[in-house]
Design a binder for this molecule. Sequence first.
Ligand code: DX5
Ligand code: ZN
Length: 237
Amino acid sequence: MTPMPFDRRIKIAPSILSADFARFGAECRAIEDQGADWVHVDVMDGHFVPNLTFGPAMCAAIRPHIAGVMDVHLMIAPVDPYIQAFADAGADIITAHLEAGPHIHRTLQAIRATGKKAGLAINPGTGIDGVEHLLDMVDLICVMTVNPGFGGQKFIHSQIAKVRSLRAMIGDRPIHIEIDGGITTETAPLMARAGADVLVAGSAVFKGGSVDAPDVYGANIRAIRQSAESALPGTMA
Ligand code: DX5
Ligand code: ZN
């Protein structure tokens, strides 16, 4: 497992949902070479969300091409029957949705039991009340800033206040706040200021680039990071 010391520095996690599906290995290497902190893998089942992507076999296939953190976002229901398969595939973080079933507490226990970091994702329509009693069981909370299912959607601004409240609720606990959906150089600073530290970005990282033109990925990643960091207290914006 990749060692993951906790910190609240801004981390950029490109979503390979926006990568070239015929070249996942090369795409993972390219984004890491170009400064990506984590690689975000969006698993969709055509049931919990209206789209289908990939499963544990694909995660296992790309694992050797990722030197750092493989961040697996499960948009599937049920979750529990597949946790061990994603752990065996080499995920470092396994994130399940609070809305995916009636027993998220059990699901988080099952993820932690594999030795992996446990993430909890919440949809734009879900409040943070249900998160409070799970805080001691999670390493990451993923706030969806689009309705899950597709890349390239518009950022939902009402989630900014949610992130601010969540940041206050977390206090000193070592829990990452991850934002997923519609992150650009315009929205990243809003989320960094509200208290997020992990920014997932699909279209904004991959737009204009390719494995043959990876410098574009680097420029996109740097632009998102700089926009976010410039919004943090103590930084001259
Ligand atoms: C949405 C996925 C996101 C998405 C982000 O269901 O979880 O990770 O791919 O894509 P962009 O950055 O294009 O909104
Ligand atoms: Zn995601």
